[in-house]
Design a protein. Sequence first.
Length: 276
Amino acid sequence: MAITAAEVNKLRQITGSGMMDCKNALVEAEGDIEKAIDILRKKGQKVAAKRADRSANEGYVIAKTSQDGTYGAVLMLNCETDFVGKTTDFVDCAESIINIAVANQVKELQQLLDSKIEGQTVSDMLTNMTGKTGEKIELNQFEIMEKPFVAAYNHNGNRLATIVGFNKKLASLETAGKEIAMQIAAMSPISVDEKNVPQSVIDRELDIAREQIRNEGKPDEMVEKIAQGKLNKFFKESTLLHQEFIRDSKKTVAQYIKEIDAELLVEGFYRLRLGE
């Protein structure tokens, strides 16, 4: 099938691979970008990202917790340009929406859209903002966490924010909880630990690892053992508790948490970032 230059460039932007490598991968994948990414990985090429659904959406991402720390919310308000995303009106709109979500401890997106701020629903606010800016304004990512303690982190510029929930409330979590939330922002784990990684992701990583190993000419009897080693490395790099703690690379996040309290557990997290 015919592959356009735009498709090749999109794959190149996602993976960082060469133009011809991207074109050949797309041809082999019959234009499917996700499959093309896997093909590049199977051939041993490093990729800059694992997702093909990147978008150019701009906007504002913000997380906030309730005063007692038992509820946290994070949302992404999207617009079309960075210019609009930085305007006072747009920022104020996002701030007012997260404030009403936390004040009412809203549970889901539609409930938030139906919530009223100064006599009008959030949905109507967004419609009015669209008319005012001339851009499409969307609120389609909203996540909440209700746990004994929830910490939040907003990265500078409000293009990235996280919330993380713990099984108990401790005075030390006022600081430590934010550090874990920052870890999630910086290192982008896919789950708390290997037990929470979807089986489809595990199967995909093993399939890619096996292909890489065979391409390296390793004997068949060694393939599964080496593939499992690569999967364990993936868990170490991609799951929160097994990652090196960014504040002290000599310990894992799990070790850092156990130093705080032996029974402390991370029970979940959300991470929202513009373009992902």
